[in-house]
Design a protein. Structure first.
Length: 155
C-alpha cells in the first residue's frame, strides 16, 4: 500500500541455539548481513538496478541502491525508517518489516528476492532464499528475484 511492502519472516528453532543481538533503538547500520539478518531485494522487471533492505532483530536496518549486479552501491535515502516488530518465544521468532520502496519503484511491477542469514550460537550460518543460484549463496544474483509484486491498481 502507498509504495510500502510488508514482509513477515519466521524462524522456528529453539532460541538457545541462535546468535541474537541485543535490542537497540531503530537505527541505520551497515554490516547487518554478518549475523542473523533478514533481507529483501527489489528491482523492476528487466532492470539491472535494484535496492537491498536489511533488517535485524536488534531493530537496526539498512537500505542500499545498486546500479547493477553488485555495482554502484549507495545508501538509499528513506523518507521514513522501516517499522520492525518482533515476537520472540522459546521455539521461534518472527520479524515483521514494513518499509517504503524507492521512488523509482512506485506504480510499477517489481521483482523481489526475500532472503535471510541465520547464525547459530556455535557460529554456523545458513543462508535462506525463495531460490538460490548454483554454487555459493548469492542473494544479489538475478536467480533469487522470484517473487512478483504487481503495481497497485489506481483508486
Amino acid at each position: 500500500r502507498d509504495n510500502q511492502v510488508w514482509i513477515r519472516y519466521t524462524v522456528e528453532v529453539p532460541l538457545g541455539e541462535l546468535q541474537l543481538d541485543e535490542t537497540l533503538k531503530p537505527e541505520r547500520m551497515d554490516g547487518l548481513w554478518k549475523t542473523t539478518c533478514f533481507e529483501a531485494f527489489v528491482k523492476p522487471e528487466g532492470s539491472a538496478g535494484y535496492c537491498e533492505f536489511n533488517f535485524a532483530l536488534s531493530g537496526a536496518w539498512a537500505a542500499y541502491r545498486f546500479s547493477g549486479y553488485r555495482e554502484g552501491m549507495d545508501d538509499l535515502p528513506m523518507a521514513s525508517i522501516p517499522a520492525l516488530t518482533k515476537t520472540v518465544n522459546e521455539s521461534h521468532f518472527v520479524l515483521e518489516a514494513l518499509f517504503e520502496l524507492a521512488p523509482e519503484h512506485s506504480g510499477i511491477e517489481v521483482q523481489l528476492a526475500v532472503t535471510a542469514v541465520v547464525e547459530e550460537a556455535n557460529g554456523t550460518k545458513s543462508y535462506w532464499s525463495l531460490a538460490h543460484p548454483q554454487g555459493t549463496p548469492d542473494f544479489h544474483h538475478p536467480d533469487c528475484f522470484t517473487l512478483s509484486l504487481p503495481a497497485r491498481a489506481g483508486t
